[in-house]
Design a protein around this ligand. Structure first.
Ligand code: APR
Length: 263
């Protein structure tokens, strides 16, 4: 009988490059532009795809640098209006549900660059064909993985651009605390907000409906965040379960007492 060849063992622990990455990025690029954002009129989707490709194809996926991604960042940058930046940590679904219905708020994933690459995976391989579709390094696998270098750089630029009142949506049902210094928000974004441009930081601390209230505005982790931000001369406020956002959570939990509209 014919001996079956063993499949190559997976080299990395993370998900491989998204199939049809080129088509997905181009499709998202054209559809974002078609929404008619006037400030993006002269953006060139093919050029944008080429610059993403040049950043990682044929490269070692654990040796990504900010220089690799600089051209991509330059081709896709656009201003974010003051008072509209919305940061988040551990609230991915809720924050994007909210920013989709309230157009006065913009998360990184609602900006041109974030929109194109949200949820996608990509990494290079020094040997042919230059792209690894089987596996990519997880963020924890190496310090400079393509994903972490890219998202940290995009987050840094998003934070640098923020002005006026900025908001952040945190998750009070996380046992380890709503604010974690190891998160992208806690390690990159708060240190790249500019105190000369940002007048106030408003925290929305959301608990899962009926879920554990592990943390609150008066809890230890928010105190730590407050200390870091006050040290940097920011004005900071915190609101537990900001009602307009809670009402969105209530769409999925209409019968829960916290969702009673008559109180
Ligand atoms: N491995 C893979 N992906 C990660 C990792 C990791 N170790 N850490 C973070 N991410 C990516 C994932 O895509 C995840 O959905 O970042 C996303 C957010 O992670 P969270 O821990 O929920 O939050 P945080 O690290 O604070 O990042 C969110 O950064 O993306 C920007 O502006 C955005 O304010 C937001 C913040």
């Amino acid at each position: 009988s014919k001996e079956e060849a063993n499949p190559e063992p997976l080299r990395w622990q993370g998900r491989g490059t998204t199939r049809n990455l080129r088509e997905i990025v181009l499709g998202r690029c054209y559809s974002y532009l078609a929404e008619g954002h006037a400030e993006l009129r002269d953006k060139d989707c093919l050029k944008i795809w080429e610059s993403l490709k040049a950043a990682f194809v044929h490269k070692n996926p654990c040796n990504a640098t900010t220089e690799d991604y600089r051209p991509l960042m330059e081709l896709t940058s656009h201003p974010v209006p003051c008072n509209e930046s919305l940061f988040w940590s551990r609230t991915y679904d809720l924050v994007h549900l909210y920013s989709k219905c309230n157009h006065h708020f913009l998360t990184l994933e609602d900006t041109f660059l974030g929109y194109m690459l949200d949820g996608l995976s990509w990494c290079g391989d020094p040997s042919a064909p230059g792209i690894n579709y089987e596996s990519c390094p997880k963020w924890s696998e190496c310090e400079r993985s393509s994903g972490s270098v890219f998202w940290k750089m995009a987050s840094k630029m998003f934070a640098e651009a923020a002005c006026g009142v900025v908001h952040v949506m945190l998750n009070g049902s996380i046992e380890a605390g709503a604010f974690r210094t190891s998160s992208v928000f806690g390690s990159v974004e708060i240190f790249n907000l500019n105190p000369d441009k940002v007048s106030e930081i408003r925290i929305w601390l959301m608990n899962d409906i009926g879920g554990p209230q592990s943390d609150s505005c008066s809890g230890y982790s928010i105190k730590k965040l407050r200390n870091i931000l006050e040290e940097r001369n920011f004005k900071i406020t915190c609101e537990d379960n900001y009602r307009p956002v809670q009402l969105l959570q209530c769409v999925h939990n209409p019968d829960h007492p916290d969702c009673n509209l008559c109180i």
